[in-house]
Design a protein. Structure first.
Length: 253
């Protein structure tokens, strides 16, 4: 009896100004078809055509997939909403006898995807995944590779750039992490000391890394029905009040 084919996944990453899409099994050595281009507001018009091109290139139909994975956040509000809405719409579009509720959806943390994108396979220590949150803040989470998977050591949060060093010292005493993300050019003065004392990796999360995370999430049973998939914003609004802007960095009135 022939062995069952491995699950197939579509991976969508829109958390930054780069749109990234990948298609494949996510297994080591298996082929990947991928697309990268401008993200942000453009994602809403370019994402669906990119998905169709990748399906055509792979010779697959949407119904051939096992699940749709998207990076749920934190990140760009517009990008996260776009990724979630497209993942849900595509999933609903496959409703049939096999999937009466449509394809399942894997909602995977963006900062885990960033850690997977930026970290060498042999790196065993903690990784501080850092994304520019604008408004003089950054998104931060700490992940650590455990075997072939990842363990979340500190959940996503907001942090002022000039308070990052103190936070890392308290959260990871004696464990200087790899710093990975897109924040170094955004806050060069505030992060200069950390860049001098830590190993850094300039990166944004990629759909190819998200695709590599999909098989483990699938095996763990993390798949959700499309209607239950939601973005993870961390920040609950995109603009600050006058009183908030007048507060010192890192202080919430």
């Amino acid at each position: 009896m022939p062995a069952a084919s491995p699950p197939r996944f579509l991976a969508i990453e829109c958390s930054t100004d780069t749109l990234s899409v990948a298609l494949g099994t996510g297994l080591p050595g298996d082929p990947v078809v991928e697309h990268a281009g401008p993200g942000g507001p453009q994602s809403s018009t370019t994402l669906l055509p990119a998905v169709q091109r990748l399906l055509d290139q792979a010779g697959w139909r949407l119904h051939d997939l096992s699940a749709i994975a998207f990076a749920r956040g934190p990140g760009s509000f517009t990008g996260l909403r776009t990724a979630c809405a497209v993942a849900q719409g595509l999933a609903y579009g496959t409703r049939d006898a096999r999937h009466p509720d449509g394809l399942p959806v894997l909602a995977i943390d963006t900062l885990q995807v960033l850690a997977e994108t930026a970290t060498p396979a042999d790196h065993a220590g903690p990784v501080a995944a850092l994304l520019d949150a604008r408004m003089d803040e950054l998104y931060l989470a700490v992940w650590q590779r455990q075997g072939t998977g990842w363990t979340e050591r500190h959940a996503p949060r907001l942090c002022a750039p000039d308070q990052l060093a103190d936070w890392l010292t308290q959260a990871l005493p004696g464990e200087p992490p790899l710093l990975a993300g897109n924040v170094f050019s955004a806050y060069p003065e505030a992060l200069a000391g950390l860049q001098a004392s830590h190993t850094t990796a300039v990166a944004v999360p990629s759909a190819t890394a998200l695709l590599r995370l999909a098989p483990a999430a699938w095996t763990r049973g993390d798949a959700l029905p499309a209607h239950a998939a939601m973005p993870l914003y961390v920040r609950d609004k995109v603009a600050r009040t006058t009183a908030e802007r007048e507060q010192p960095p890192g202080v919430t009135p």
